[in-house]
Write a protein that binds this ligand. Structure first.
Ligand SMILES: [Mg+2]
Length: 222
């Protein structure tokens, strides 16, 4: 299948996640109860207990309110202020994995469309990471419609790019969410694993952006 577009996960794929954990350590500790409740909320949503309607934003708030034992409005305020927007500032000046910017430019110059798809609102992250204006489509939750590994976000990304999923590759650092999710939507799922220890058998895996780019350029320019 001809490759026409590539989608990327953001967190842990474009930059190492330990960097945000380290930078935002005091923030994480300060809001630990909320963050644990939010992690449990996401787990419940992904487990399919609450995934059959399309008001995913409302569902997330309702489950979080239950986890926190508070009202809907309070849960919404806490999530929006402290989780969705609160840690954005920690992305300012964040160092990406080596070669990310130049790799993305090379792929774009080769005629490929590029997208990012995240389970969080993208907000100003790309601006702070120095990647503004590179991607043709920027899609985050809740506009993505569901959480990965559901196929819906991948299908929405392909639709926005106006590319058939079978002509797309998706690159992410989580096997179950990124690779299997995108493959379930008909794409080629690719694992980005910065350490060789995480290479999985039978899964196309790249350990650096220059390596990934070289391989893709060989394919699209032959
Ligand atoms: Mg990730």
């Amino acid at each position: 299948m001809e490759l026409k577009a590539i989608g990327f996960d953001i967190d842990g794929t474009l930059y190492p996640e330990y960097r945000i954990r380290w930078r935002a350590l005091s923030y994480f500790l300060r809001h630990i109860r909320l963050l644990v409740a939010f992690a449990r909320t996401r787990k419940r949503m992904r487990s399919g207990q609450v995934s059959e309607t399309y008001d995913v934003d409302g569902i997330e708030i309702a489950v979080l309110a239950k986890e926190l034992g508070c009202g809907i409005e309070k849960a919404r305020k806490l999530r929006d202020r402290l989780i969705y927007r609160g840690w954005e500032k920690y992305f300012q000046g964040m160092k990406l994995y080596p070669g990310v910017s130049s790799s993305l430019r090379k792929l774009k110059n080769a005629g490929l469309k590029l997208a990012v798809l995240s389970d969080f609102p993208v907000g100003r992250k790309l601006e702070y990471l120095g990647l503004e204006g590179i991607f043709d489509v920027v899609l985050g939750f809740p506009e993505s419609g569901q959480l990965k590994p559901h196929r819906e976000p991948f299908v929405r990304m392909a639709n926005r790019l106006n590319v058939d999923p079978c002509n797309m590759m998706y690159v992410g650092n989580k096997l179950a969410y990124d690779v299997w999710g995108s493959e379930n939507a008909g794409m080629r799922g690719v694992l980005f694993a910065s350490s060789r220890h995480r290479v999985s058998l039978g899964v196309t895996t790249y350990t650096s952006f220059p390596q990934l780019t070289e391989s893709i350029l060989l394919e699209v320019t032959k």
